[in-house]
Write a new protein. Structure first.
Length: 183
């Protein structure tokens, strides 16, 4: 898709330069299409226009498929396999439940305005991404330690993965703190 896009961009730039007389190919008042091209299309119109239409349809469908793939793709996982005895079966913990528990715990911390989390990777090898928005007056260092020792430790324990990789993104709110402060 990128190669097609670059090719079309180059063709468009070349057409603009040629139309402006900058390439020295044709004067600006000449027809857009060469008479030989017009003659070729007229003689072969039985197959030419259906081929042009089919090419357009293929391009639209490929572009739509690519756009849907980009918009609908996510690296979220829906469940995490908990390591257990292979003979006892598999236990899967819902990713949404883990995320809601982490978010609720972090949002209860003093100075936190909002939290969101996402499990990424694969059910066998998950990774955690947590985003937290805090008040301007929050002690970010203490908050990071509390999140690490509290919510992330609890998530690692619940998933039975003491080495669960976690990324923490903290954003300081631009709005001043409200009157109600959580404990």
């Amino acid at each position: 898709m990128g190669l097609i896009g670059l090719t079309l961009l180059a063709a468009g730039v070349a057409a603009l330069l040629a139309g402006g007389g900058r390439l020295g190919i044709a004067p600006p008042d000449s027809p857009v299409l060469d008479p030989a091209v017009v003659h070729f299309v007229a003689e072969n119109s039985a197959w030419w226009w259906p081929a042009v239409a089919a090419t357009g349809v293929v391009m639209v469908l490929s572009g739509g498929w690519w756009l849907l793939a980009v918009l609908l793709s996510t690296d979220r996982i829906h469940g995490v396999r908990i390591p257990t005895d292979p003979n006892a079966g598999a236990t899967t913990l819902a990713g949404g439940a883990v995320g809601q528990a982490i978010e609720a715990e972090i949002e209860a911390y003093r100075g936190v305005r909002a939290a969101s989390s996402r499990l990424r990777g694969t059910p066998e090898e998950p990774a955690l991404a947590v985003s937290v928005t805090v008040d301007q007056a929050a002690d970010i260092g203490a908050l990071c330690q509390r999140i690490e020792a509290g919510a992330l430790a609890h998530a690692r324990q619940a998933l039975d993965r003491p080495d669960l990789p976690a990324a923490l993104d903290i954003t300081v709110s631009r709005r001043p703190a409200g009157r109600v402060d959580r404990a």
